[in-house]
Design a protein around this ligand. Structure first.
Ligand SMILES: Cc1cc2nc3c(=O)[nH]c(=O)nc-3n(C[C@H](O)[C@H](O)[C@H](O)COP(=O)(O)O)c2cc1C
Ligand code: SF4
Ligand code: SF4
Length: 252
């Protein structure tokens, strides 16, 4: 079973690619979190977790979801993190979670995809984004074939700076940076409620045809990148920045 969390579609693209090769189904962690579904997850094939990298680690919401769930059937687990470039020492924390959940850790792989964190960085334009996704195809294929053959993925080399990024800097990032307060809708908003539907944490409510953000946010970028009218901005950071959403869907 492939368990996928994805804010803007990069990880979903990788998950779909892997699903085709290993002939397995995808279960959306976004939906499981959104519908507050907890409990047993049963699979006779290995669990393959696919998600983005947030602050050099698996997103906190995904880690929390794994810790709250019970995995039965097969206990092997692979982890694939899509990223803009660096996953730091994410593997260390994934292994810890596996030990806690009695999952047999089979490997960690990172896949470079288009940067989506537009609250902090420029995202590539659509042409560049498609090029990055196309470039990742052979790497994703190798990962999937390894999983199909039941191979253990070789471990990445970890530097001291990686330990710092995934350790203390990750903690500071979640404490001081992750906040929904800066989101607002512009006059281009038509009140279609797509942002409400997209938010995995049910953090957006519509009142008088306008979205309002609550305090549960994990900066997944789904609302701001998925709005069909580009009618969402964040503080003074995002105006004019490209937004890519599910761009890889058309590529495979
Ligand atoms: C909150 C946040 C934090 C991120 N932190 C990192 C990071 O530490 N390293 C990295 O390479 N990319 C980072 N990124 C980029 C994403 O991991 C990357 O674009 C990913 O492919 C997005 O996947 P998705 O489209 O499935 O949500 C971050 C993105 C967000 C939204
Ligand atoms: S998705 Fe965009 S247009 Fe639709 S309600 Fe949300 S902000 Fe408005
Ligand atoms: S409010 Fe937007 S960025 Fe925050 S979790 Fe919901 S969809 Fe993601």
């Amino acid at each position: 079973m492939i368990l996928c969390f994805s804010g803007t579609g990069n990880s979903l693209y990788a998950a779909k690619f892997i699903a085709k090769i290993i002939d397995d189904k995808i279960v959306s962690i976004n939906e499981l979190i959104k519908t507050n579904s907890k409990g047993k997850i049963l699979s006779d094939k290995p669990f393959v977790f696919v998600c983005p990298t947030y602050a050099w680690r698996i997103p906190n919401v995904v880690d929390k979801y794994i810790k709250q769930s019970v995995f039965e059937g097969n206990n092997k687990a692979y982890f694939i993190l899509t990223c803009g470039g660096e996953t730091g020492n994410a593997i260390y924390y994934i292994k810890k979670t596996c030990i806690e959940k009695e999952l047999d850790f089979m490997g960690f792989s990172s896949v470079v995809m288009p940067e989506n964190y537009i609250l902090m960085f420029d995202a590539p334009d659509k042409i560049k984004a498609k090029e990055i996704i196309q470039k990742s195809a052979s790497h994703i294929k190798n990962i999937a074939e390894n999983i199909k053959e039941g191979k253990i993925t070789p471990q990445p080399k970890i530097k001291f700076s990686d330990k710092l990024k995934s350790g203390i800097i990750n903690k500071v990032f979640y404490k001081f940076i992750i906040n929904a307060k800066g989101f607002y809708s512009t006059n281009d908003c038509i009140g279609c409620e797509k942002c409400t539907a997209l938010c995995p944490l049910n953090n957006i409510k519509i009142k008088n045809k306008k979205p309002f953000w609550g305090s549960r946010c994990t900066h997944c970028m789904s609302c701001i990148c998925g709005c069909p009218h580009s009618a969402i901005e964040y503080k003074n950071k995002t105006e004019g920045r490209s937004r890519n959403y599910n761009i890889g869907d058309h590529i495979q």
